[in-house]
Write a protein that binds this ligand. Sequence first.
Ligand code: SF4
Length: 269
Amino acid sequence: MRDDNLIYFVPLEQLEEYRDRAIVVRGVQAHEVIQALSGEPPESLAYVQLLDPEVELAPLYTWAEGLPLEVHLCRPLEQMGALYSLVPLMDRHPLRTSIPVLPGFSKAVRVATSLDIPVILNIGQPTSEEVDELIQVLEHYLHDPTCKVSIEFFHSFLVSLRQKDESTIWDIQEDAPDFSVWVDDNGAESPLRTSALWRTDGDIVVTYEHVLTTLSQEGVECRECAHLQKCVGYFKCPDPEYSCELVKVLLDRICEAAQELASDVAGYK
Ligand code: SF4
């Protein structure tokens, strides 16, 4: 089903099928990405995801100036050294790195921020140890003067609280079911962040209304949660039984930081 309001996250193999839609293209080898896009990227291309930071990146040094790149670390502890090779790309491309929240990921985040590479955290359903690391990374982002770049979702969450806008973690992480569609190597489409809780019969692109209705019926923890408006059940995906006790501590800390920032700004007026 085609929907012109959606952005499609497509592998190189499916590029031709989606070339006329809003797309994010992903690939492993830089030269294959350039070749598949026939040299010049289409206007509908929002950005390119590179799935391996350890491949030869030189072809990108002279290609498509200004096109944003997102470089994924799959194994943060093993691959964080490869972040150094991204620095030359930043002269030509807006660039960020996607780092999964896995044990030890905070070390990779610190390497990235030391190189002034913005970070987007790929958050699943973090363990207690991973939430501890998330809180350390939040403190690094908030208080370490050497961190001068954004770490998402923290950055946009804070901005959203300050501006009192309606964006949610789903929007910030580009996972919103009414915004983005994942296309797999075989062309099958699904929401980026899937859960049995969110699915409706035969309808893969669910809406917030559906999510909220479902939460009010089934998601007891969400129904009572102070963060429902901003989180909208994000951390209940994919396992609705996941306990958010510790995640709520992290979200509380971000809300406190937003209040502290507001007080600081008021104090300067
Ligand atoms: S933090 Fe957990 S309980 Fe609260 S809204 Fe999000 S998913 Fe639901």
